[in-house]
Design a protein around this ligand. Structure first.
Ligand SMILES: [Zn+2]
Length: 250
């Protein structure tokens, strides 16, 4: 039974390593996604300056169109004023022309402000676009690293899984079944060391006769509290130490 316990202990070390690598592998897409989102935000910010610039320019253009219409109207009114004989009608026309002149002045001032704003926005947009290229470079580099890491992790996991499988089958059937049954609920740690008089997995104290069973290693001893397979601390330490879970060496 000592053989089986040793094998299962070594298996657990493999499983822990495989779990760490798998978590790392699973986290890569979301890490990349975060970077990509961050870049998209920066890109949208830069383009936003140009969108606002175009809006300001088109507003200024529409004001200039209004100005031209009003100027034409004022010119026509001035002609009328010169030829009108009715003083009252001339006064009405004069009043309308004054109103348009006021509107023209206001619109011209507004258009000028908009043109200045458009220029400032274009400047900001150019700076923002320039700032994007190192960001893009960094993103591309990260993408490459992620792709490489993914391959490396997949290879390492596949290698470790193969090693783990051939190791695991050396354990006795009963031990394997119990190990696999406990595996999901004990978060990949179905084995625990007996530390002093308590279970190294859950910390609960282990009864004297159970401790004796653990020490003998003639059969599988389990913790009455967490159901983990208990092994003597010395065995735990020596197997943990001698089991190498390094990936393929190149
Ligand atoms: Zn326990």
């Amino acid at each position: 039974m000592k053989e089986t316990l040793s094998t299962l202990l070594a298996t657990q070390k493999f499983d822990e390593r495989i779990a760490v690598l798998s978590r790392r592998l699973e986290s890569l897409p979301s890490e990349l996604g975060e970077r990509e989102t961050r870049y998209s935000v920066l890109e949208a910010e830069a383009e936003g300056f140009f969108v606002d610039q175009k809006k300001a320019l088109s507003w200024a253009q529409s004001l200039e169109n209004d100005v031209r219409d009003w100027e034409a109207r004022v010119e026509k009114l001035e002609q009328q004023i010169r030829t009108l004989r009715d003083a009252g009608a001339a006064q009405v026309a004069q009043h309308e022309a004054e109103q348009h002149r006021g509107e023209i002045a206001k619109a011209e001032e507004k258009a000028l402000g908009l043109l200045e704003r458009a220029e400032a926005l274009a400047g900001k947009g150019i700076i923002a676009r320039e700032g994007l290229s190192p960001e893009l470079e960094e993103l591309e580099m990260f993408r490459k690293t992620v792709a490489e890491d993914e391959i490396q992790l997949q290879e390492e996991i596949a290698y470790l899984q193969k090693e783990r499988a051939s190791l695991f089958q050396k354990a006795q059937r009963a031990g394997r079944d119990l190990y696999e049954k406990l595996m999901p609920s004990r978060k990949g740690k179905p084995m625990a060391a007996l530390r002093g008089d308590s279970c190294g997995g859950c910390g609960m104290s282990v009864a004297p006769n159970d401790r004796l069973k653990v020490a003998k290693m003639a059969s599988i001893a389990t913790c009455r509290s967490c159901s983990r397979i208990l092994v003597p601390e010395e065995l735990w330490n020596s197997i943990r130490e001698e089991t190498s879970v390094e990936g393929p060496q190149d």
